[in-house]
Design a protein around this ligand. Structure first.
Ligand code: GAP
Length: 463
């Protein structure tokens, strides 16, 4: 399980963008809004607008592509958010998924007892809690991070259920089902994407740490003596995924957890960290969970959770390698890594240099001006493109303003219908990153763009 700011090193701010600039762009361009804003907002919960939905969907689609389309040893699952409460006894969450917290009777704020030096006291001038005589802290108490709710009309202990704090346990409790229906043999994996909930004491930093978030988790079941090899394999694979989707390699690193930081279930964990504006922080955790989970669920449920090898005539409990990523946190990393500003002809341009596969809109179709039948022709081009690739039509405002809007949502290409289009059925194709403009025929444009989307891509910020 994730621990907060556990790098053990001073936070190193990222070079090129602040979190405030990211939050402002996300709001301005309709990616992400504070949840329940008209009521003053609800702490650390966010709503995704149109472009945010498209971007996060693309992140998840790329993850599915890596897990399912590009290989044949992983199957998909979508388990329920509410699970039998025994699940969380078996997994250790009921007892162990806790943070120590203290309350300050003076400023009425609540802090993580093990992170007081990182916290700000609620009194002015701001100091760390416990630093002055004014601070009146309670003794630390263990606080369970699972959200509780009740099933059915009676609110008693017997009706208590939990919103899952990770998607992983839904996979373990379905191990037997999946094994039977898929007739798989280790090594094989079960993958799922879904919402998880944690009553974090100190959420924050925009969508980096929220109480409701989406996870992309895969449990890879292997013969015990192959666990170490597969752990190394998945470290490499997951790093490759981020780099292939355009994250600058010098903004990514692997950090191995020291023994005292390991979760109760893990014999080895490494984090993929990204250099966020808040410093190096966890993007994804890759853990060797051994046979902990299957053994625990076998013990608590009474079911046999093992693989029976017909050839040797023996059964064994597979070990598990788990790459566990956050869809929201990955989306944030992709936005941060893509954010760029530059001066073009004396004017500042903000641009999201997203990998074309991640960009919410791949192509914008724009009439140069709103007359001379250009809007009608541009609409026709748009209708041709939109069934094959994510396209947008925009005729409002000057062409410069429309380009800037598309730059800020990361649209890699702009197609402009102009005076010459009526003469020779060509359009101008503008490249978001190089700003190069080329004339291309309308015929074959969809094929041309589809081919470009599939090409290998690396961030122009590396140039
Ligand atoms: N099953 C293992 C597990 O849940 P984790 O490190 O606690 O491991 C995996 O979570 C990933 O989920 C993290 O690397 C992060 O990307 C994401 N995540 C965890 N807590 C989060 C939160 N409060 N807000 C947003 N994302 C979170």
């Amino acid at each position: 399980m994730e621990t907060q700011s556990a790098t053990g090193e001073p936070a190193e701010p990222a070079d090129d963008v602040t979190l405030d600039e990211i939050v402002a762009l996300c709001k301005r361009r309709g990616f992400i809004f504070q949840s329940s804003e008209i009521y003053g907002g609800l702490g650390s919960t966010y709503d995704y607008g149109h472009y945010g939905v498209l971007l996060k969907n693309n992140v998840k689609a790329e993850w599915w592509r890596a897990m399912l389309t590009e290989r044949d040893d992983i199957v998909a699952l979508d388990s329920a958010i509410l699970q039998h409460p025994r699940t969380w006894e078996a997994s250790g969450h009921l007892e162990g998924f806790t943070d120590p917290l203290v309350d300050c009777r003076t400023c009425k704020l609540r802090f993580r007892a093990d992170k007081l030096e990182d916290a700000q006291c609620g009194r002015k001038p701001s100091k760390h809690p416990g630093e002055t005589d004014d601070c009146d802290l309670t003794d630390p108490r263990q606080f369970n991070l699972m959200f509780e709710t009740h099933m059915g009309p009676v609110r008693d202990d017997a009706s208590t259920v939990y919103l899952r704090p990770e998607t992983a346990q839904g996979i373990f409790v379905n191990f037997k089902n999946v094994l039977q229906f898929s007739r798989r043999k280790p090594p094989f994996g079960i993958a799922q994407i879904g919402k998880s909930f944690r009553n974090e004491i100190t959420p924050g930093n925009f969508i980096f740490r929220t109480r409701e978030f989406e996870q992309m988790e895969m449990e890879f079941f292997v013969p015990p003596d192959e666990a170490e090899r597969w752990f190394d394999y998945w470290l490499e694979e997951r790093m490759r995924w981020y780099v292939e989707l355009g994250i600058r390699p010098d903004h990514l690193r692997l950090r191995r957890h020291p023994p005292e930081e390991l979760s109760h279930y893990s014999s080895a964990t490494s984090d993929i960290e990204y250099l966020f504006p808040i410093g190096w922080s966890e993007l994804e955790g890759i853990a060797n969970r051994g046979d902990f989970d299957l053994r625990q669920h076998a013990k608590f449920s009474g079911e046999k959770l093992e693989y029976f090898d017909q050839q040797s005539g023996e059964g064994y409990v597979p070990h598990v390698i788990e790459p566990a990523a956050g869809a929201d946190r990955a989306a944030l990393a992709f936005i941060v890594d893509a954010y760029d500003t530059e001066e073009v002809e004396g004017r500042k341009r903000t641009v999201l240099r997203l990998h074309p596969r991640l960009a919410p809109v791949k192509v914008a179709v724009l009439p140069l001006v709103s007359r001379e039948s250009m809007p009608e022709r541009a609409r026709e081009v748009y209708e041709q493109l939109r069934t094959r690739i994510a396209a947008e039509y925009d005729e409002g405002g000057s062409i410069g303003r429309r380009y800037r809007r598309q730059d800020e949502i990361g649209t890699p290409w702009g197609v402009t219908v102009d005076g010459q289009t009526a003469e020779d059925d060509t359009v101008t194709l503008r490249d978001r990153d190089s700003l190069a403009q080329t004339r291309v025929p309308i015929e074959g444009l969809a094929d041309e763009l589809a081919a470009r989307i599939d090409q290998a891509w690396s961030s122009p910020k590396l140039d």
